[in-house]
Design a protein around this ligand. Structure first.
Ligand code: BG6
Length: 508
């Protein structure tokens, strides 16, 4: 079994030993992901001493280039990103030693992902262990894996490994995800495929497991007898920006729900695994995802943003974004009610919402506990007793807060609402992290805990499949940019006598 340094880390990728020697082959070396996230992550890993001496990178792409042009180009983008406060990677300066370590190991190969000779050329250059990273558009995932398999690049000689990292979106519905799984598994074993979901690279997402399973206080009440409902929110203020071409056929449901939102759902809802071994954790996550009932269209609200004011700025509606159809009905917002049919959660609704151009940025899981069993304070001037709420915040702050009722000081028994909160930054040093460090490192050491297994991916798609099948006819509700989403989403909860918590992070 591969050595896991610590699966629940209190910093970025913070193993203690360098990964084993290997070549990282990046298909899509000229792309955005390579520039924005992979290079800064490798730089941070080099800075932490986690890359081995025998490490090299082979960038493959269709454009003309050489080792030197790749090195110069990526040095330039590293510098640009480090100065851009809106990029994931911003640093006061770039450490020449760490960047030099990465830069001097960069090599370039011009190649067409659809031609067998590209993979023969890769084979001539790659000896020993290798990680093949598909940093390309989804339509190439199957083609690249076929190319690797047919060239014999996925054969693992004694003492070496050959692994493939596949980005999202993994399929666009259940049938296509099943087809892609079947296709890649013809070329290699499940243990060789690392399906990435970048939410699992977020330390705060990983720490949900620690919070739940390293504290005896929570597990007894983490169940249907004590929990009223759970709300999972991923609200963004950004619009689709330049990604209209990708977003039009995708929409918020496919883009966020069966992958990112389901990862949060699994973390908060899974049973305790027997160990933190990758298979034990992934089995529990898959079981939870498989218990999610297919979502009927009446439990879903689709929204699309219109022009409005977001973060003090006038912004256009979705239909006026570049590469978007003027009469598009693609959803930029989705709200869902989910039922999980298992012993722990039967009868507890899970409400999920995610949208672009909303009033604030907030990724959060809110656990709403059942109210006190009877009104002990009936004869006193109390406010309506609201439930205890626990909020696990992933973005923009990283922390956990609890809201509950206490007595307001004074002669009357008046109940007031208060909160206590913990923020990671108050306790732990910030480590440089753009979010892919742990994932890259784990792949190199062979720890698949934070990657999605085929059954987990397919369970996510199976739950949303009824919605996708009914999509072409489905209505889209409009909401102004900078708002909390369409009113129809409020009605979804109002029908159950509940309401969404605010996106501003204020006490409910
Ligand atoms: C990506 C989606 O996977 O996740 C984007 O394609 C979305 O549309 C992004 O904006 C959200 O990730 P994060 O880490 O910024 O919350």
């Amino acid at each position: 079994m591969p050595e896991r340094i610590t699966s629940l880390k209190d910093g970025a990728a913070c193993g203690t030993k360098p990964a084993p020697p290997c070549t990282l082959v990046i298909f899509g070396a000229g792309g955005d992901l390579t520039k924005r996230l992979l290079m800064p992550s490798l730089y941070n890993l080099a800075g932490a001493g986690l890359l081995p001496e025998g490490f090299s990178i082979l960038g493959v792409d269709h454009g003309e280039g050489s080792d030197q042009t790749l090195r110069d180009g990526l040095t330039k983008t590293m510098e640009e990103f480090s100065k851009d406060p809106t990029s994931e990677f911003h640093a006061a300066s770039i450490d020449p030693k760490s960047w030099g370590f990465v830069r001097d190991r960069l090599h370039y190969l011009k190649g067409d992902f659809e031609k067998p000779e590209t993979f023969q050329a890769v084979k001539d250059k790659v000896k020993g262990s290798a990680v093949f990273y598909c940093a390309v558009a989804a339509r190439f995932f199957g083609t690249i894996v076929d190319g690797l398999g047919q060239a014999g690049l996925l054969k693992q000689e004694e003492g070496t490994f050959r692994r493939v990292v596949i980005e999202k979106p993994f399929g666009s519905d259940l049938a296509s995800a099943q087809d892609l799984n079947a296709r890649i598994l013809k070329q290699g074993d499940e243990s060789q495929f690392y399906r990435i979901d970048h939410f699992l690279g977020k330390d705060t997402v990983q720490s949900i497991m620690a919070f739940r399973f390293a504290n005896g206080l929570l597990e007894p009440v983490w169940r249907r007898e004590y929990i009223d409902s759970i709300q999972i929110t991923a609200a963004e203020t950004v619009g689709v920006e330049e990604r209209g071409g990708f977003y039009e056929p995708t929409g918020a449901l496919r883009d966020m729900v069966p992958n990112h939102m389901f990862q949060l759902l699994c973390m908060v809802g899974m049973e305790p695994p027997n160990s933190f071994d990758a298979e034990a954790v992934r089995t529990e996550k898959a079981k939870l995802a498989q218990a999610v009932q297919p979502i009927p269209p009446e439990d879903a609200v689709r929204g699309q943003y219109t022009a409005g004011t977001c973060e003090g700025r006038q912004v256009p509606g979705y239909r006026d974004e570049p590469h978007v159809d003027k009469s598009s009905v693609t959803e930029t917002y989705i709200a869902l009610k989910l039922h999980i049919e298992n012993w722990r959660w039967a009868g507890v609704p899970f409400y999920i919402r995610t949208g672009k151009r909303m009033t604030g940025r907030r990724t959060e899981i809110a656990v709403l506990f059942k109210p006190a069993p009877y009104k002990l304070f009936e004869d006193t001037p109390t406010d309506d007793l609201r439930p205890t709420v626990m909020r696990i915040t992933i973005d923009p702050e990283h922390g956990i807060g609890t809201e509950y009722n206490v007595k307001v000081p004074g002669p009357e028994m008046k109940i007031g609402r208060v909160s206590t909160s913990f923020r990671y930054n108050d306790f732990f040093a910030d480590t440089p992290n753009v979010g892919y460090e742990t994932l890259l490192y784990d792949c190199m050491i062979g720890d698949a805990t934070l990657f999605q297994r085929a059954d987990n991916i397919e369970a996510g798609w199976a739950a949303v499949d009824p919605l996708l099948k009914g999509w072409p006819q489905a209505d889209v509700a409009f909401y102004p940019a900078g708002s909390a989403g369409p009113k129809e989403a409020d009605e979804l909860l109002a029908r159950d006598g509940r309401h969404w918590l605010g996106i501003d992070g204020k006490t409910d």
